[in-house]
Design a protein around this ligand. Structure first.
Ligand code: MEV
Length: 350
């Protein structure tokens, strides 16, 4: 038997960081997917194959005909920590016991604010549950399982990413609660990801990159505590932005939506989560005809190469032109659509 679980990437349109303090955030699924395939393995245990994840590099030392990995595999495998934790979680909770090959294929860049960790957790859990006869179609339970895995790896996590990977569509997050919004239209977005996990990065930095979101959330917390009166005003403004953005989307008011994105970008900058690389990409998009542009997700850290993602809203028919302009910076650029489908599970007899 072969099971394939496919889930979408997520993008936070409005309200990242402020959502940690109970404010509203709007997120949606992108038509960029991660697949986990589970099939039989006679020997028992788990064999994991990770294929073609953008931004995941492995440096080799070539001496004569021999290739030595620069990063040892144990360290590199930390990048797939969510999959390992998902397996451990299912062993403990549901008593699964291996005998499978797990193959992960992904178009979602790592550590880029596009929900690759949640996608890996949700798809791995869904595929394994189905394979071991534990899948009852309960998306809420799946989301909870994946959220537990995220918390186990990261210490804390908002439910945003796992909700989007599971449900797809649009979700509003408020006070830690997830509400699915069914009446918002799909729109075009251009994403630009500064994605180099630079080749030559040492194992320690690889670990820092994995914990990038946590570090950025801590930095914001420090700023909030230092200037609590100011922060409260900025957070209220962000909350109002999310509300206005939902109304703009409902009315197909794209120029209004773009303007709100630009304002949200200003608020994120005020939190200190926008390094030069991402800021330049936002400005370039804005000056190249985007209706609006902003950083999405946690943002970036200058010392880790500014890795992160910018979203830009193209005016009608201008997606490709905008993508070409943004691509000139060396960012990984894609023309995508919001409101993508959530989890899809397929079963193939082998
Ligand atoms: C990270 O993608 C988004 C943050 O708001 C953190 C979270 O919501 O857990 C920065």
């Amino acid at each position: 038997m072969r099971i394939i679980a496919s889930v979408p990437a997520k993008v936070i349109l409005f309200g990242e960081h402020f959502v940690v303090y109970g404010k509203r955030a709007l997120a949606t699924a992108l038509n960029l997917r991660l697949n986990v395939e589970v099939s039989d393995r006679a020997e028992g245990g788990y064999q994991l194959n990770v294929e073609n994840i953008p931004s995941f590099g492995l440096q080799m030392e070539l001496t004569g005909t021999k290739a030595q990995p620069f990063i040892d595999y144990e360290q590199a495998s930390r990048a797939i920590v969510y999959i390992r934790y998902a397996i451990r979680y299912l062993e403990r909770m549901y008593g699964i016991d291996g005998g499978v090959v797990i193959r992960v294929r992904s178009d979602i860049p790592l550590s880029a604010g596009l929900g690759s960790s949640a996608a890996a957790s949700v798809a791995t859990i869904a595929a394994l549950k189905r394979y071991f006869g534990l899948w009852n179609g309960d998306l809420e339970e799946l989301r909870e399982d994946a959220h537990n895995v995220e918390k186990a790896v990261q210490g804390s996590a908002s439910p945003t990413d796992t909700a989007i990977s599971t449900y797809g569509g649009y979700v509003l997050i408020e006070g830690g609660e997830v509400e699915r919004l069914y009446d918002l239209p799909a729109i075009d977005l251009v994403t630009g990801t500064i994605c180099s996990i630079p080749l030559g990065i040492g194992p320690e930095q690889l670990d820092e990159l994995r914990l990038k979101t946590r570090k950025l959330v801590e930095n914001v917390k420090a700023r909030k505590e230092a200037f609590s009166g100011v922060f409260e005003h900025i957070a209220s403004a962000a909350d109002a932005l999310t509300e206005e953005a939902i109304a703009a989307l409902r009315h197909h008011d794209l120029s209004g939506l773009g303007c709100l994105m630009n304002i949200n970008q200003g608020l994120l900058d005020s939190l200190g989560v926008v390094p030069r690389q991402l800021s330049e990409l936002v400005k370039l998009a804005q000056e190249s005809g985007a209706l609006g542009a902003k950083v999405t997700g946690a943002g970036g850290l200058a010392e880790l190469g500014g890795t992160g993602t910018v979203i830009a809203l193209p005016s009608a028919g201008q997606s490709y032109k905008l993508a070409i302009a943004m691509g000139l910076t060396g960012a990984l650029v894609r023309n995508l659509k919001t409101n993508a489908e959530g989890l899809v599970i397929e079963e193939e007899p082998v």
